[in-house]
Design a binder for this molecule. Structure first.
Ligand code: SER
Length: 315
């Protein structure tokens, strides 16, 4: 069993639920304190310690860290791209304030590691869209992307200035069955499986040929834990690492579903999220993550579709 006492902030979200379960496996349930602003997610309720915590409440966060003897923090609380465009100022506050406070707490309390997720949303329309490199033009056009890019720079700054061990990944769209996504532009790739099983049809809010980088949650969780576990000298960027697994369009995911549900149909009614998606990369070059800490995805579209449909149909 690994040592360290972990705090997860935003444990009730799409990543948080599965990351908490995986970390409880690796570190022992009692060593992973899950928190969220909401009541415990059903999967987290009886699997280990849980507390309600507002990520923007620095005093309560510090108190919990001291009380529990926390050594590592995963800060996952955020407003995503689509919700963020509806409330830009609030998204900026939520996405930035929690991070800046935690970076200060990290220095003050000498936390051994902090993990904070970034996103493909840091990239904008001036970035090359195919195989987007690790280092490239970065001009995000959503408030979510702006907050993630600013956050990456702050993480790098705290590492350079104070030696704080902060690590980060630029997640692509994440697809999962245990926990639901909320407010993202890539959420269609989760909704489509639910609707395919329930109604055999889906109306997609993106156009059929909109390619986006995507990843199955199993890969994202494993990648996160591998990054955090990697020896510090293998972490050669303190901005967030590009991370890639697959790239597909709504038409292609629909085709992969039809292999299992031949009568499934899809139509398209693009909304404001189309513009967000159009600014993001089609595919990502994650050579740095592969070379520095041996990242390698396991799931492609066909394997993910099989696994998603099998698990969702059992629920
Ligand atoms: N899944 C996120 C979103 O769509 C991207 O990080 O907002």
């Amino acid at each position: 069993m690994k040592k360290d006492k972990i705090l997860i902030v935003g444990a009730g979200g799409q990543i948080g639920v599965e990351l908490t379960l995986a970390l409880r496996n690796a570190y022992g349930a009692d060593n992973v304190v899950a928190t969220d602003i909401r009541e415990a997610h059903p999967l987290l309720k009886d699997s280990g310690p849980y507390a309600m915590l507002n990520a923007m409440d620095a005093a309560a966060t510090l108190e919990l860290i001291k009380k529990e003897g926390i050594t590592q923090v995963y800060l996952l609380a955020a407003l995503l791209s689509a919700t963020g465009e509806k409330e830009p100022k609030r998204a900026w506050e939520i996405n930035m304030q929690g991070l800046l406070q935690l970076l200060d707490i990290g220095v003050q309390e000498k936390l051994s590691k902090i993990y904070w997720p970034s996103s493909i949303a840091v990239f904008g329309s001036t970035t090359p869209h195919q195989n987007t490199p690790q280092e490239t033009v970065i001009e995000p056009r959503t408030v979510y992307g702006i907050s993630k890019y600013a956050g990456e720079l702050w993480c790098q700054y705290y590492h350079q200035r104070w030696g704080l061990d902060v690590r980060s990944l630029r997640y692509p769209g994440l697809i999962s069955w245990k926990s639901a996504p909320g407010g993202g532009t890539t959420d269609y790739a989760v909704e489509i499986y639910h609707e395919a099983l329930k109604h055999k049809k889906y109306t997609c809010f993106l156009k059929e040929d909109t390619y986006l980088p995507m990843m199955y949650m199993d890969d994202a969780i494993r990648g996160t834990i591998e990054l955090v576990d990697a020896p510090a000298d293998q972490i050669k960027t303190r901005m967030a690492y590009n991370l890639s697994a697959m790239s597909f369009s709504p038409r292609e995911i629909a085709d992969s579903i039809r292999v299992h549900i031949p009568e499934f149909t899809i139509d398209y009614a693009p909304d404001f999220r189309q513009q967000i998606a159009d600014g993001w990369p089609d595919s990502i070059d994650d050579t740095a993550a592969r070379e520095h800490w041996n990242w390698k995805p396991r799931f492609d579209l066909a394997a993910m579709t099989t696994d998603m449909l099998r698990n969702l149909s059992r629920m």
